[in-house]
Ligand binder design. Structure first.
Ligand code: ZN
Length: 891
């Protein structure tokens, strides 16, 4: 019997995508109060800081929690195969090289011929003319539009991770286009009008990873940075040259002069070929900015560490790990001879450390008046790292012992942050805060809002919005002074991350969370903390940054997602920018794009490097414009759509309610598939139909509904839920997708067939399996990669070979209860397994912990919760979800 769908339909049901309900909100009453301090650097050619304060997506939080909760469901643990739902046999594992497999995936458009338009380009190079861009899709149905009946086709996952779709551009244009790892659009074919977009019922937006570590980045030093005189767009591969002296802007269409300097090409060392300059050959490029891009001299790298030293903090043992990690990496901190560091510790009082050159040892200064915080010896608390390195090292060696016997349980975090803000205000810089409990003293003190008994209740989740605006206000003050705050939360108890996280969210910082951190009881967390710290301390950093996103006239950007403050309509203030931060923006079509065959998007990130250079990193992406709904569907990027919907759902959970957000996600799938059926399909047929490019959409939506951020009916700690929400908004798409839909691999039969070969290492490439217990076998061992965490599940009858050759144990019973390391055995099986796991880890900037679990392990429920296709006590199976969608669509 088919269970009833969990929700009934309301006429004014929530939806996502273009409908007017998602329009930007009005600007808030006033800017945050910041007073006399050095002006921020110039923002991308405009004077920064004087624009109107535009809202960002976190403003206007209301606490209205509405909506009826779905009834609790008790359906039993394991999925049953409903009648009529036959397993189709899986295609045989391909023996192709993975790169070739990817190339044959339906998402990738092969090279196609294009037609040159009459009245084409002038004397400039052919590939630079937008008039040649769009191709006709009418000749044959592309693979992306192949009709898939989701109720019949069971094996939808490609054998390797889903690649980004390739925009339908000429090969020449596509060759120049920005990498999808940096810049992605939810629709790789842009609808010509808002009304076509509305019909598609898919959200239009961009997903960016603008400061990503790149192995190749062209850097240009030039006294003239060529930009459009009208809209300030940087010259890029998608402008057109009318002749050697004039270029036409691809965003506003103004004709600009080519400056004299541009006639010389430093790469080929020849004159008269402006179209061959690196600026017009690279969609991603970095400029070293001349002095007009700064209002003050570039700031030095400044690092301030703010450390919880209360009894609770000392108990966790984090302080010695932190101090050792900083000692190990102190010479690798990005910076130059001007780099400064400082330290503040706190419990019920605030402790400063005088590290001035000439002192024989660090001097601790205690300020007990936390109500009116002041800086003792303000000039010697932030010191030059090179000159005072020995004192800094002394301090780091003695800090863990200094508080060893403390009985102080109170935490005046708010005052410590105010002190740190005062200390960093004159220069700007990075504040790294380590906190292990709920702050309970002085300004910003909080009370627990979590009722553990309510964690699994069917009622709506409360307290997703901040309890006080203290942390947000302070973050905005920090942003005004070019200070970003990164928060490391290490705690077993509720810490109100929804409130504390604001300090990082609005100051463009990052949040790290280590639940149940303990130096002895939780070695996996300790290892993750150590690895994360190493990355954090040594990764690239940009200071006093701003990012502006421009798009072709007619398109308009509204809501932004990520950690930042929106300074003016399209300018994000980023006191720090780091290579691991992702962003997303929503767009609408304000004017019809009738005469255009392509449109472009440009993100420009202006920042100060740790060596004090002002630099501008520019990414430009070009996409075709299409007029028919079918073509819009054909270009849908299902992962980008899912990532953007996740960001929108986080906002909706906070401003409205979790149930509202959940309904809106389900409706996004219903609306787009129903529109596809009604308007894009020419031949009607029974079933739940989707174009091939959207075949994973319902699965991803179901995965979001079961994700920690949005799930209901399962006990979920409030801080863990809020952290998952942060991650969805802040992680670059590739990593967010692993959190949403983990990858499952079988590891006990790894072979070298189809393996990658990287630097003499052979990396096996097992196929990605569906997330269902049906895919598990008691004889096997299966790895689930969920982004921040990996589980290696060992079946009860796991082959003896795997147990002995990979785990080094004699029997299943001998697998230890808490195992987080694969032993380094000198066997082919061990080498293959470790090569694969470390290859997965190497591809992300954070360190996922690995839990090796037996069938009766305490962690098994966590592993099973990620089996998205299966039914749980409170959530539908994938097949049930499809039936629910079909029922709604055929209404
Ligand atoms: Zn322009």
């Amino acid at each position: 019997m088919i269970p009833l769908p969990p929700h009934t339909y309301q006429p004014n049901r929530p939806a996502y995508g273009p409908p007017p309900t998602m329009k930007p909100t009005a600007p808030p009453a006033g800017p945050p109060g910041t007073t006399g301090t050095p002006p921020p650097p110039k923002a991308d050619g405009d004077v920064a800081g004087n624009g109107p304060q535009a809202p960002n997506s976190y403003n206007h939080v209301d606490n209205r929690m509405a909506g009826a909760a779905p009834p609790g469901r008790h359906l039993g643990h394991y999925p049953s195969l409903p009648p009529g739902y036959q397993n189709t046999s899986a295609p045989p594992p391909s023996s192709l090289h993975p790169a070739l497999q990817a190339a044959t995936q339906p998402y990738t458009q092969g090279p196609q011929p294009y037609q040159q338009q009459p009245g084409g380009p002038g004397p400039g190079p052919a590939q630079l003319s937008p008039s040649m861009a769009a191709m006709s899709l009418q000749s044959s149905t592309p693979e992306a539009l192949r009709v898939v009946n989701l109720l019949q086709e069971r094996n939808l996952l490609p054998p390797a991770p889903v690649p980004a779709p390739t925009p339908c551009l000429t090969q020449d244009l596509q060759k120049l286009n920005c990498s999808p790892e940096v810049f992605r659009c939810t629709l790789t074919s842009i609808p010509q009008t808002q009304s076509v977009l509305n019909k598609a019922k898919l959200p239009l937006g961009l997903l960016l990873h603008p400061f990503k570590d790149l192995s190749q980045l062209p850097v240009v030093t030039s006294s003239t940075i060529v930009r459009c005189r009208s809209c300030r767009t940087y010259i890029n591969p998608f402008v057109s040259f009318l002749d050697q002296r004039r270029w036409k802007c691809n965003l506003c269409y103004r004709v600009n002069d080519v400056p004299e300097e541009f006639m010389y090409n430093p790469v080929s060392r020849s004159y008269g070929e402006p179209h061959k300059r690196p600026e017009v050959q690279n969609a991603t490029i970095e400029f070293i900015a001349p002095s007009e891009y700064m209002l003050r001299p570039p700031q030095p790298a400044v690092y301030l560490f703010v450390l919880d030293v209360s009894h609770n903090a000392v108990e966790t043992g984090y302080l010695s790990v932190f101090c050792q990690s900083l000692l190990d990496n102190i010479s690798a901190l990005p910076g130059d001879s001007r780099t400064k560091v400082g330290f503040i510790t706190f419990d019920s009082t605030i402790h400063f450390y005088n590290l001035q050159e000439g002192l024989s040892q660090p001097q601790m200064l205690i300020v007990s008046d936390i109500e009116d915080i002041f800086l003792p010896t303000p000039d010697s608390l932030l010191v030059n790292l090179n000159e005072c390195k020995e004192l800094v090292q002394d301090l780091l060696k003695s800090l863990p012992n200094l508080f060893e016997k403390t009985m102080e349980t109170q935490s005046a975090l708010g005052s410590a942050l105010q002190a740190a803000f005062k200390l960093l205000s004159p220069t700007g810089g990075r504040m790294s805060v380590f906190q292990t409990q709920l702050p309970n003293l002085g300004v910003g003190a909080l009370q627990s809002r979590e009722d553990p008994n309510q964690r699994a209740s069917a009622k709506d989740v409360q307290h997703l919005s901040p309890a006080t605006d203290f942390y947000k206000k302070l973050a905005l003050d920090c942003s005004g002074q070019q200070v970003a705050v990164d928060l490391f939360l290490l705690s077993a108890q509720y810490c109100d991350l929804a409130t504390l996280g604001c300090i990082s969210r609005y100051s463009a910082g990052s949040v790290y969370y280590y639940p149940s951190y303990h130096h002895q009881h939780n070695p996996a967390q300790v290892e993750r903390f150590q690895r994360d710290l190493k990355r954090y301390l040594t990764r690239k950093i940009g200071f006093e940054a701003v990012m502006r996103i421009r798009c072709t006239k007619g398109l308009s950007i509204h809501t932004f997602h990520g950690n930042f403050f929106v300074r003016s309509t399209d300018l994000l203030s980023l006191p720090n920018v780091n290579p691991d931060a992702g962003f997303a923006v929503q767009m609408s079509i304000e004017e019809n794009l009738d005469d255009m065959q392509v449109v472009s998007f440009q993100a420009a990130l202006l920042y100060t490097s740790s060596k004090g250079e002002r630099r501008i990193r520019v990414h430009t992406m070009c996409l075709p414009v299409v007029s028919s709904l079918s073509d819009v569907f054909a270009g849908a990027d299902v992962q980008a759509i899912t990532g953007l919907l996740a960001c929108m759902a986080v906002d909706r959970s906070v401003t409205s309610s979790l149930s509202d957000a959940r309904d809106a996600m389900t409706n996004a799938a219903i609306d787009s598939l129903s529109s596809y059926r009604q308007s894009a399909l020419t031949i009607q047929q029974p079933g739940l139909l989707a174009p091939a490019c959207l075949r994973l959409f319902p699965l991803y939506i179901l995965a979001l509904l079961k994700q920690k951020a949005f799930r209901t009916g399962t006990s979920t700690r409030l801080d863990e839920r809020v952290f998952a929400m942060y991650q969805l908004k802040y992680q670059p798409l590739a990593f967010a997708m692993l959190m949403i839909h983990p990858a499952l691999y079988r590891l006990d039969d790894l072979s070298d067939e189809g393996a990658l070969n990287i630097s003499e290492r052979t990396i096996p490439q097992p196929r990605v399996l569906q997330l269902s217990v049906e895919k598990l076998s008691r004889e096997g061992a299966f790895l689930m990669d969920a982004g921040l965490v990996m589980y290696l599940w060992i079946g009860r009858n796991c082959h003896q070979n795997f147990l002995s050759q990979v785990l080094g144990v004699s029997s299943y019973a001998a697998v230890p209860e808490k195992l987080s390391l694969l032993p380094e055995l000198d066997t082919a099986e061990s080498q293959r397994t470790r090569a694969f796991v470390s290859w997965l880890r190497d591809q992300r900037p954070f360190f996922p912990s690995l839990h090796i679990i037996r069938d009766e392990s305490q962690l098994k429920p966590h592993f099973l919760q990620n089996m998205i296709e299966d039914r749980t006590e409170s959530a539908l199976s994938y097949y049930e979800f499809l039936l629910h969608l079909q029922q709604q669509i055929s209404k």
